[in-house]
Design a protein around this ligand. Structure first.
Ligand code: GFB
Length: 320
């Protein structure tokens, strides 16, 4: 049951604080900046020229200079199933470096509160559904994204370790598959939603009889709009402090084939949807339990069809 937001007391205030969004150019980082603009705080951002987050000396220099009081850490090397499977070295190395540098330096420079973003792929491939937070490290991971997941699990452990040893107020959230403005539309590296929007749009324009989706179409996925995810993160920054990570999802899922049909309808592609089983399916299902975040007084506002329509609009206005 969702607890009314008003009944949950803030334990941390962003008011008047210097708040660093590390990775503000990404889809989640830019959604966080949009959301934080509604708070009475000073938003700090760093371009790659200011600080390459994979370089410890650059992170230290930048954080010592700007002294953020609160940090959101969405910065990460991210990608869809094929990118994860093709570039495991970058997915583990870049992510380990970014989180180790930022979390350690946050401790050294006395950051009051830090929120680290993981991903639902940290859970075992065959975790019972819906996946509760305690399912972490109870079984083998999905092989196509094992390197990314191991790096993200290390990030959760970093936050827990600095909390246990030094009392640092560092928390972690595990968002489900996200989509929204600023998404990556490169078909080789993107997630499924931007890929299918792009494919459906091209098929419509070409007058194609078919569009192809990867895999069997039967895996189930949960999706959340990036603006909802950012809203959840700002909420958790204010109301949550604890060692365990918190799932951030929509609470419902659908098959990839069902998703493709909705996207075809949103885009106006009327042809056939064909499956390509030579491509990987990945995890069969990763619906996360939403009980914890609901009990903390948060629920999503953007339903999938409306969110997909706005994502398509963004695609038309920004990439075509
Ligand atoms: O979004 P996606 O790449 O990520 O794929 P994952 C989701 C499902 O959609 C898979 C299928 O079963 C894909 O086979 N799919 C169908 C497609 N057509 C397409 C297409 O054209 N492009 C893509 N990309 N998929 C990633 C992880 O897993 O999701 C990461 O690898 C991370 O670690 C991220 O957790 C959120 O949900 O499979």
């Amino acid at each position: 049951m969702t607890v009314p937001p008003d009944s949950i007391e803030d334990i941390y205030s962003l008011k008047g604080k210097r708040v660093w969004v590390a990775g503000h150019r990404g889809m989640v980082g830019s959604a966080l900046v949009r959301r934080l603009e509604k708070e009475d705080c000073e938003i700090l951002t760093a371009t790659r020229n200011d600080a390459d987050l994979t370089r410890q000396d650059e992170v230290e220099r930048w954080m010592n200079k700007t002294l953020p009081q609160a940090v959101f850490l969405p910065a990460a090397k991210v990608g869809g199933i094929l990118a994860n499977d093709t570039y495991p070295a970058e997915f583990i190395y870049d992510n380990l470096m970014i989180e180790a540098n930022v979390i350690h330096t946050a401790h050294i420079t006395g950051v009051e509160k830090l929120l680290f973003l993981g991903s639902s792929c940290i859970y075992p491939k065959m975790a019972p559904q819906p996946i509760i937070e305690d399912a972490l490290l109870t079984g083998p991971l999905e092989p196509t994204n094992e390197c990314y997941a191991i790096a993200k699990i290390a990030g959760i452990k970093l936050c827990q370790a600095y909390r246990q040893q030094y009392g640092a107020d560092f928390i972690s959230v595990m968002p489900t598959n996200l989509y929204g403005p600023g998404d990556n539309y490169d078909l080789e590296t993107s997630h499924v939603i931007p890929a299918l929007i792009k494919k459906a749009h091209a098929a419509k324009l070409n007058g194609d009889a078919q569009m192809t989706i990867w895999g069997t179409g039967s895996p189930r996925r949960e999706f959340l709009h990036a603006d909802d995810a950012a809203d959840a993160m700002v909420h958790l920054m204010k109301v949550y402090s604890g060692e365990s990570h918190v799932n951030v999802g929509s609470g419902s899922d659908l098959t990839i084939y069902e998703l493709a049909k909705i996207i075809a309808e949103v885009v106006g592609f009327e042809g056939e949807i064909v499956k390509d089983p030579r491509k990987p399916d990945g995890t069969p299902r990763k619906l996360m339990a939403a009980d914890k975040i609901k009990a903390l007084g948060w629920q999503p506002k953007i339903d999938l069809s409306k969110g997909l329509a706005s994502a398509y609009q963004w695609y038309l206005e920004n990439t075509v």
